[in-house]
Design a protein around this ligand. Structure first.
Ligand SMILES: NC(=O)c1ccc[n+]([C@@H]2O[C@H](COP(=O)([O-])OP(=O)(O)OC[C@H]3O[C@@H](n4cnc5c(N)ncnc54)[C@H](OP(=O)(O)O)[C@@H]3O)[C@@H](O)[C@H]2O)c1
Length: 249
């Protein structure tokens, strides 16, 4: 049966920014295909927004291939959102395994999914690839070299892809949020240490929400098809830079 809604693919759609973006894109009229490892969460969200839930591990070539195979029809929007941070230790003591995880998920995962979906993006009349980087992709901070390095790579990826696709009706947009208070980002970063995770947002009156970032995604995607938002940097007012954050306590 023909699907009259244009297709939007969202990776890392089981929580946080990905889930909020999926909800928002569905509200904008897209048939959203949700990918992540926790299929039970995707199933619930897919039922809510009349989307499609597919298991996806972006670190696994076979999983990406099976995912892409199951995505229906031409793809109008690809939101590469799956990612995250692990650890915040200085280079002298940091664990290379944390870096490996961050590069695999944020960088190589984005490469795997984008590469595999390019034929489906090219099959659409016009399309857009959105890359979720971070303000960590545009500056550094102590203890952050693994994560900032991975997100700087996403900036290089976005700029290179835009050059390589020049002449095709495919836009490439990088969204670089600052501090977003999502349920899992900091608990994943600090291996389940809730107290350390809570400290990140302590005394910050209004960090960004996942919905704030989803709003940016929806705005960039719904510009006219000749308008490419190259880079959208968004922070809470309380955060003037990666390490200058106004806290009330
Ligand atoms: N929160 C912030 O302050 C902030 C700021 C700037 C940028 N970002 C970026 O925004 C994105 C979303 O972050 P968030 O705050 O929403 O964090 P989150 O809630 O931890 O979301 C991360 C998502 O990535 C998915 N994921 C992790 N490993 C995966 C894998 N191997 N294969 C497929 N999916 C995988 C997770 O799903 P499963 O575990 O179910 O696979 C989850 O849905 C990330 O790229 C992050 O770096 C976050």
């Amino acid at each position: 049966m023909d699907n009259p809604r244009p297709v939007a693919v969202v990776t890392g759609a089981s929580s946080g920014i990905g889930a909020a973006s999926a909800r928002r894109l569905a509200a904008e009229g897209f048939h959203v295909v949700l990918g992540a490892r926790r299929k039970d969460r995707l199933d619930a969200l897919a039922a809510e927004i009349d989307g499609t839930a597919l298991p996806l591990d972006v670190t696994d070539e076979a999983s990406v291939a099976a995912f892409v195979e199951a995505v229906p029809g031409p793809v109008k929007v690809l939101l590469n959102n799956a990612g995250g941070a692990k650890g915040q230790e200085p280079i002298e003591v940091t664990d290379p395994a944390d870096w490996q995880w961050m590069y695999e998920v944020n960088v190589i995962g984005t490469l795997r999914v984008t590469k595999a979906l390019l034929p489906a993006l090219k099959a659409a009349d016009d399309a857009i690839v959105v890359l979720m980087s971070s303000t960590a992709g545009h500056g550094v901070y102590e203890g952050g070299a693994g994560y900032t390095g991975a997100k700087h790579a996403i900036n290089a990826f976005a700029e290179t892809l835009r050059l390589e696709l020049n002449g095709l009706p495919i836009r490439v947009t990088e969204i670089a949020p600052g501090m977003v208070k999502t349920e899992e980002f900091s608990t994943v970063r600090f291996a389940g240490d809730q107290a350390r995770a809570d400290k990140v947002y302590e005394g910050v009156a209004e960090p960004l929400s996942a919905e704030d970032v989803a709003d940016c995604v929806a705005w960039a995607v719904t510009r006219p098809k000749h308008v490419d938002i190259d880079l959208l940097v968004v922070r809470p007012v309380a955060q003037a830079s990666n390490y200058k954050v106004h806290r009330t306590r």
